[in-house]
Design a binder for this molecule. Structure first.
Ligand code: PLP
Length: 394
């Protein structure tokens, strides 16, 4: 059994009784990750490339961070690229691959995507006269694989898609999309920001060409991590300062000096995840929490996305007829629950298609407890029934 109390003891933030259910926005961080930032400033400040100890420590740290990130994604260390965040990495890498594209070439994106995996392609299309096509979702909010297949053609060069939706939690069969993309001669370009915290990733098993995630979504620092298949990225001409090293190949796409203190925090966050059993253990516990949440939802809940834990991560978008979610999220905050209310959640096409106006997003992480989920459901029920009664009276 997952020892959630032992996990929580490692986070000062959980000393109070506020319930954090905002993981898709960014998770809480264990103290050891915060401590790694300070330790790095003390022990390895300055820069790499100098002939003395503090500098050598930075070089060792970069190697270790690359190795650990590669282990997390099933990649090799050379295939890792660090950047400010997913969005910045995606603009950089899309602009770089854009050098290989010609007017009329096509890029496929999906209606499940966060705009960080759409806008870079729209901007590139504008600059290079490319065509961007969008795959829709089915009525049950899954990716429409049939439509994807019908959009692919010899001009398709990239298929960009999310591994999991940041709004609905819906997961995508990445191996299937990669296989379709490759059959058409296109690259499989995966936004794994919302998948990485919840389910294990193996870039080779899904046959991704590029995959990007962000460690602040899994108890790490605000840092982006990209994987790029070696044979693909070594053929690209990078936008880089000329004296900067060309090896390892992933480094070509890292502009300027890396945030070493955040790399130290990243290593600490992988140590933390490993010490609690890794993402496999996390997935099992989060499934239990998600099932409890779904089973205890108050009457009248409108849930967008899968009604079970099949085909999803534990991110849930819900609404209640006649009760503005903005009011509910404020009321929940007063009761000690951190739950977001929002409009498009950067998922512009989904928002257009499902028209939820404003909706509550409840994001469960492995550090949540069954007691917290039970209490949330109960409080939500009280608030919803109270609002309904008040509107009936009014
Ligand atoms: C699915 C998804 N993709 C991309 C991003 C952007 O990530 P970043 O903040 O690292 O740029 C987010 C952020 O929430 C996200 O949820």
């Amino acid at each position: 059994m997952f020892d959630v109390d032992a996990v929580r003891a490692r986070f000062s933030v959980f000393k109070g009784d506020f319930v954090f259910l905002d993981a898709p926005g960014g998770t809480q961080v264990p103290d050891e990750v915060a401590a790694a930032v300070a330790r790095n400033y003390r022990d390895a400040s300055g820069n790499m490339g100098a002939p003395y100890e503090t500098s050598r420590r930075i070089e060792a740290l970069i190697d270790e961070a690359r190795e650990r990130a590669a282990g997390f994604l099933g990649a090799t260390p050379e295939e890792i690229v660090f950047g400010a965040n997913m969005t910045s990495l995606n603009f950089t890498l899309s602009r770089t691959v854009g050098r290989t594209l010609s007017p009329g070439d096509e890029i496929v994106v999906t209606a499940l995507d966060h705009d960080a995996n759409v806008a870079p392609w729209l901007e590139l299309a504008r600059d290079k006269d490319l065509v961007v096509r969008q795959v829709n979702i089915t009525d049950d909010t899954n990716l429409d694989y049939g439509e994807l297949e019908s959009l692919l053609n010899p001009r398709t060069r990239i298929v960009a898609f999310p591994f999991a939706s940041n709004a609905l939690g819906t997961t995508v069969d990445a191996a299937r999309v990669s296989s379709l993309a490759h059959r058409a001669g296109a690259l499989a370009w995966v936004d794994a920001v919302q998948y990485a915290p919840h389910l294990p990733i193996d870039v080779k098993a899904i046959d991704a060409d590029v995959l990007i995630c962000s460690s602040y979504k899994f108890c790490g620092p605000h840092l982006g991590i990209a994987y790029g298949r070696r044979e693909v990225i070594e053929s690209w001409r990078p936008y880089k300062a000329r004296p900067s090293a060309n090896e390892p190949v992933g480094h070509r796409f890292e502009t300027g000096t890396l945030p070493y203190e955040l790399l130290a925090a990243l290593v600490a966050s992988f140590d933390y995840l490993d010490s609690i059993g890794g993402i496999d253990e996390i997935a099992g516990w989060e499934r239990t929490l998600g099932e409890a949440f779904l089973a205890g939802l108050p009457e009248g809940t409108r849930l967008y996305g899968s009604p079970t834990m099949e085909g999803r991560v534990p991110t849930f978008l819900v609404n209640y007829d006649g009760i503005p979610s903005a009011e509910l999220s404020v009321a929940l905050a007063k009761e000690g629950f951190g739950v977001w209310s929002g409009d498009n959640y950067y998922a512009l096409a989904l928002y257009e298609r499902l028209a939820w106006r404003d909706a509550l997003r409840v994001g469960i992480a492995h550090y949540n407890t069954l007691e917290e989920i039970g209490r949330l459901n109960e409080t939500l029920g009280v608030l919803v029934r109270g609002a309904k009664a008040a509107s009936a009276d009014g």
